[in-house]
Write a new protein. Sequence first.
Length: 88
Amino acid sequence: MFKPYHLQGCCFCRPEMHIDVPMGDQMVNVGKIEDPCKCCVVNQLVFDSNEQQRYEVTGPVCQCGACCPCCADFNFDINDQSGATVGT
């Protein structure tokens, strides 16, 4: 995984992570994860190697696990392109 350095927390400069896997002697890009700016929600967009959005991982920020991760979980829903929940 590769995450370029940039200022965190800016609405116009959101984090992005590239995912590569080793295939023989080369590293092959299998996709990326973006963190778009949305108010009061934690979400990430998951893209495949063709830049097509495959999933959106989303959850509310008002969870006990956000403030105290050792006392509670931070739960997310995984939705496909149609918005159907395919995992948690």
